[in-house]
Design a protein around this ligand. Sequence first.
Ligand code: FNR
Length: 216
Amino acid sequence: MKVLAFAASLRKESWNHKLVVLASEIARREGAEVDLARFAEFGMPLYDGDDDRANGLPAGALALKRRLDAAQAILIAAPEYNYSIAGPLKNAIDWVSRARPMPWRGKSVFLLSASPSPMGGIRGLWQTRIPLEGCGALVFPDMFALAKANEAFEPSGQLRDRALAEKLVRDIVGFVRLAEAVAPLCAGARTLTTKVRQEKIEAALEDESRIQPPSR
Ligand code: FNR
């Protein structure tokens, strides 16, 4: 199974990047083929509907879309900004959501975060679930938030706290196994009947008015 992994931070010394590196190593040991990206590879302007209509996805969003298309599962380490999702990640989700077929749909996602604060960024992860699930991603129920990230890493990059390191292994191994199990089901229709049904469901979801009763 192919896994795209990235931290949604542009900082070179990002704690979230260090955390997603560890998660990627665990996923590789579990047999996944991990494409570890830096968020800076997906640089893009703020979403602009006029720009979208005139030019479609900018290069950075297209690059992210292509990397998502090639993966069945995604590890995202997302910083918390002001108790919520960080703007650059929301912007990237918004741009990519304009591509068809929807690149996030049917992709298993595991969310992590790292922060120097005692909360570890968990509040931001609850907000990050919303647009991803809205775009059809299967966000794993468990999430991993690393508190006091500035004190949490050994110089080798491993986590100092053994219990936390073991939890990270349990979470990522569980995620990889579940994502592997659901990937064939989400990979697309295998028969014509299923394909037609899937297209109808997708069309209905695209236009919510079709599944809402008409208003009087
Ligand atoms: C933060 N930070 C932060 N941390 C947190 O735990 N809760 C928060 O609400 C916020 N809010 C916030 C807002 C803004 C604008 C910035 C720049 C930062 C701190 C943040 O967790 C810290 O900068 C991390 O180091 C960011 O992650 P990276 O870049 O190290 O991966």
